[in-house]
Design a protein around this ligand. Structure first.
Ligand SMILES: [Zn+2]
Ligand SMILES: [Zn+2]
Length: 147
């Protein structure tokens, strides 16, 4: 994995970089991620917010309330619409970065598939990756639900 990791949106208006350890590598199958991304699941890595910086442009934010009541801010490019990262209000120290926006996403290996309770039956699943109905034990935010 390249360090620092760099990435950005489709049109190039937003660029970011992140270094430091990946805290958690996952694919999220929740309905909010499906709707926002336009895909059946979203590949994401959690990194420390202190080690993540937007280096060009200003993303737009859409804040939605998850079932738990947690507010989740989803940052995206206001010009091309690319979803870039999410932050949960209860964990401002963590950024959930969309892996497909990295310049080099090829090293990603998911540790878990989460929110498979809303996984789409037509999407192939990788039996080698642990699956969880929502959050895996120990990986939830203080008030769970919603990635
Ligand atoms: Zn863009
Ligand atoms: Zn999700």
């Amino acid at each position: 994995m390249a360090t620092p990791r760099t990435g950005g949106c489709l049109c190039g208006a937003i660029r970011y970089e992140s270094d430091g350890d990946v805290m958690f590598a996952l694919r999220c199958h929740c309905r909010d991620c499906q709707r926002q991304s336009g895909a059946a699941s979203v590949a994401a890595i959690r990194v420390a917010a202190a080690r993540f910086h937007v280096t060009k442009g200003t993303p737009k934010r859409f804040v939605a309330q998850a079932d738990s009541g947690n507010e989740i801010a989803r940052s995206f490019c206001g010009d091309c619409g690319t979803p870039l990262y999410v932050q949960v209000a209860t964990r401002p120290d963590v950024v959930g970065l969309r892996v497909y926006t990295l310049d080099d996403p090829g090293w990603f290996r998911p540790e878990a598939d989460i929110f498979v309770k809303s996984a789409q039956p037509w999407e192939p699943v990788d039996a080698a990756v642990p699956q969880y109905p929502d959050y895996p034990p120990g990986k939830s935010y203080p008030v769970a639900a919603g990635q």
